[in-house]
Ligand binder design. Sequence first.
Ligand SMILES: Nc1ncnc2c1ncn2[C@@H]1O[C@H](COP(=O)(O)OP(=O)(O)OP(=O)(O)O)[C@@H](O)[C@H]1O
Ligand SMILES: [Mg+2]
Length: 393
Amino acid sequence: MVETAPSPFTPGYGRKPVIFGGHREELTDLRAVFDTLDFGENHSVLVSGLRGAGKTSFMTTLEDHARDAGWLVISDDASAGLMGRVMDSTIPTLINDMTPASRARLTSFGVWEFSADIEYVNRHRSVKPQLRSDLTALSSALGTSEGILITIDEVSSGKVRLRELSRFALQISHALRDGAQIMVVFAGVKVSLDALLAEEHTTFLRRSREVEFERLTAPETRRVFAETARVGGRRVEDEALTKLVSLSQGYPYLVQLAGDYAWRNNSTAPTITLADASVAHDKAIRAVESRVISRVYGDLSDVDQKFLDAMAQDDDRTKVADIVKRMGVSDAYVQVYKKRLIDSGYVHAAGHGYVQFSLPYLGAYIRRQLAAEARDGGASGGWDAYPAPDLPS
Ligand SMILES: Nc1ncnc2c1ncn2[C@@H]1O[C@H](COP(=O)(O)OP(=O)(O)OP(=O)(O)O)[C@@H](O)[C@H]1O
Ligand SMILES: [Mg+2]
């Protein structure tokens, strides 16, 4: 019996791809900072893009490069309690993983208490604990060619969270001013990052390097399919490649899903054929709908959804004036939502006065949802006609 080769494709949130498509320039520039500590404009980086476009994978890739260069890495997401997690758990663990020589240097800063054999014990109680002093001390204790990478994923625009995040950012900006060698990376959808920039204390982030995730170019998409398969030990026929590229539309999550299904269809054969790619087609699109597109749609506000519903009535692009009519609201109102959706990357302008879906298959998904609702008697599943009887008291 022939061994089945494990699939090298990586469908799933936060799973670092074997071959990373696109964004080479940014990766090269940022990697150079890890080697040289010559930051230029790269002290802070903002990573934005749609769900499943590769933000988390990009950050993981950066973290790996930073660790390889001997940097300390602090990585977390922007959920409640961030400051506490970083100061009480992440930093003590990092300290105990440092070389004895670096740890010995830390003792002189008076920020932490150490045991006789220089293990982290606690914080000094005499000083008010501040992330700023932690970072400054850590940075000084590192060698002259290493720094600290801080990555914060899942920035979202809830008020409380933003306030906490801006306090966190303020501490980082103080540490930067104190001369700490830090690169900080924030990732989220565009509207959330904009909301973060609008907070107090985050003005230093306006000078950030911006990395936007859209779909991959067609040649990069082709390269990802071919090279990922090669790493796994198989070849992809030309026609199969063409089919996979066009069905994935360069959307990273879909690239991995489609590649994975095509791989598994006949995984003992030496090549992936057009037949394998065709089987992958329907499966991948169905899976991306349930795992990605439904989440994308569910994240949106009611009005955003109504806007997209109005767009979905057209197969291709939609006239903005038609959206005004279909929604029955003012032109100015529609313009506000149009801008929001364009900023978030769901929609793009397609010629003067027109918009189009950016995310492949979002329009088709909405059309199918609306049709199903109409068939089943509306959003309530037809139950409006059958109210529950009052129970006898
Ligand atoms: N540059 C890339 N080239 C090829 N595949 C990629 C690339 N980036 C990400 N992927 C794949 O795309 C999928 C989604 O990646 P990831 O979880 O990083 O997206 P995300 O933008 O963080 O999504 P979310 O907004 O939901 O957190 C994963 O299966 C990953 O392996
Ligand atoms: Mg992510």
